[in-house]
Design a protein around this ligand. Structure first.
Ligand code: KE4
Length: 435
């Protein structure tokens, strides 16, 4: 498949933008090669600068659950834009979206909008610290909550004492207040609370993890989180930036029946435009400026175009049968992929929750980041490129989830599975290192 224009565009971009991208995962570092530059997209199809078309399973990393350029979303954004793009003053669209979010997400009584998932998680943590008067936060290895300093922390040597920065530019002082436990490690969580309980302001978790690849909670994990946070007076934050409105209308908390104290949202809530949000218990949200003392703000928070895109998207999800259809499509995708991997004797683990899908190229089970890292990332890279050359755009990293939309049809999934079979045949026929 010829991608000369994308190659040239990448060389141009690298001269003016670090790494040639505005978010690292887009640079294909994890799978090798040069990224596809997009000309346009519609439905489940992406078209690159060389007019190659791909069935898209990244879907902008989750926001586009109705597919690219959905007519209802485009019309709503166009209509809003003709009345002005931003005012820095309140509009009723913000209350419209807030009321809809509160009606859909079980634990949210009040909500604040911002412009990204990172802002949402940063703000939710500050609010939890302000509400409890405590400093420490517990996160889980392999979970990603945006690029806020407090979250770019790995488990330190003395894992339960304090974390170590994951990136230069993060101070020891910040790392000291982040405790990192293994996902699904309920014993480790109990130990963290036994050691630091009264100092823990919050626990933040991806209730279904998308940022290791798709990793699901063991049956006792989320209930233990709820029990310990309640017992020690810590704020339980479900980071549903990826799972919100994705795995169910009310996210994981609806599907699992576990209510957090705060929820962070993003992606789908903006329908492809920049929106983040955090919300939850009214008594906690009441501490937020200007009602309370915890400061948080944003020039473009509640932006009218973004509100319009979010409203059109969430309203589009209200149609009967949408979620059962997405569940069936996601299940077909992962079961078909499993059949293909089995046919080619590739060790694998596949899973889906609704239209959020994942597969690891390793034997199971995969319950935490150490398990996930056993995946054959070299094989994943060769598979990724073999699929790309056959018109299927998977996540350019083994450690990401995939997403289907209401624009994906059964025949798109079936074609994808045919291409997966062809791709693996080609990968194993070629001498190693050649593709
Ligand atoms: P943003 O700041 O990228 O809008 O959201 C951060 C974030 C927070 N929480 C969860 C659970 C997330 O998945 C994300 C962002 N997800 C990544 C995909 N793994 C965005 C892709 C990117 O970084 O370019």
């Amino acid at each position: 498949m010829k991608r000369d224009r994308s190659l040239a565009a990448f060389e141009r971009a690298k001269r003016v933008i670090p790494g040639g991208v505005n978010s690292p995962v887009r640079a294909f570092r994890s799978v090798g090669g040069s990224p596809v530059f997009v000309k346009s997209a519609s439905g489940c199809m992406l078209v690159d600068l060389d007019d190659n078309a791909y069935i898209d399973y990244v879907m902008s990393w989750g926001p586009l659950i109705l597919g690219h350029a959905h007519p209802l979303v485009i019309a709503a954004v166009r209509d809003a834009a003709e009345r002005g793009t931003s005012f820095g003053a309140p509009t009723e669209a913000e209350s419209d979206l807030a009321e809809l979010v509160i009606s859909m997400v079980p634990s949210i009584e009040r909500v604040r909008f911002c412009s990204s998932g990172t802002e949402a998680t940063m703000s939710a943590l500050r609010l939890a610290r302000g509400f409890t008067g405590r400093d420490k936060v517990v996160k889980f290895a392999g979970c990603y909550h945006g690029h806020g300093d407090a979250f770019l922390i790995s488990a330190g040597s003395g894992a339960l004492t304090n974390g170590v920065p994951d990136s230069p530019g993060i101070t020891e002082g910040v790392a000291r207040d982040t405790i990192v436990v293994d996902y699904n490690d309920t014993a480790g969580l109990r130990a963290a609370f036994a050691q630091h309980g009264e100092a823990i302001a919050a626990v933040i978790v991806e209730p279904y993890v998308g940022n290791m690849g798709l990793v699901l909670p063991l049956p006792d994990f989320l209930p233990a989180l709820r029990e310990l946070c309640t017992g020690y007076g810590a704020v339980l934050i479900f980071d549903e930036v990826m799972t919100g409105f994705r795995v169910a209308p009310g996210g994981v908390q609806e599907r699992e029946g576990i209510l957090p104290d705060l929820t962070t949202l993003g992606k789908i809530i903006g329908g492809g435009l920049p929106v983040g949000a955090f919300g939850g218990r009214a008594d906690i949200m009441a501490r937020l400026s200007p009602e309370g003392p915890v400061y948080q703000a944003g020039t473009l928070s509640g932006n009218p175009l973004a509100m319009a895109a979010g409203l059109a998207t969430l309203r589009g999800l209200q149609a009967p049968g949408v979620y059962p259809h997405l569940e069936q499509l996601g299940t077909r995708f992962v079961s078909g992929m499993s059949e293909v991997f089995t046919r080619h004797s590739v060790p694998h683990v596949t899973a889906n929750r609704g239209s959020m899908v994942g597969f690891f190229l390793t034997d199971g089970p995969v319950t935490n980041v150490s398990d996930a890292k056993r995946s054959d990332t070299a094989l994943y890279g060769r598979f990724f490129h073999a699929m790309l050359d056959r018109g299927v755009y998977l996540a350019p990293s083994q450690f990401e989830a995939g997403f289907l939309s209401t624009a994906h049809r059964q025949l798109d999934v079936d074609r994808t599975l045919e291409m997966a079979d062809e791709a693996l045949t080609a990968v194993f026929a070629a001498p190693r290192g050649s593709n």
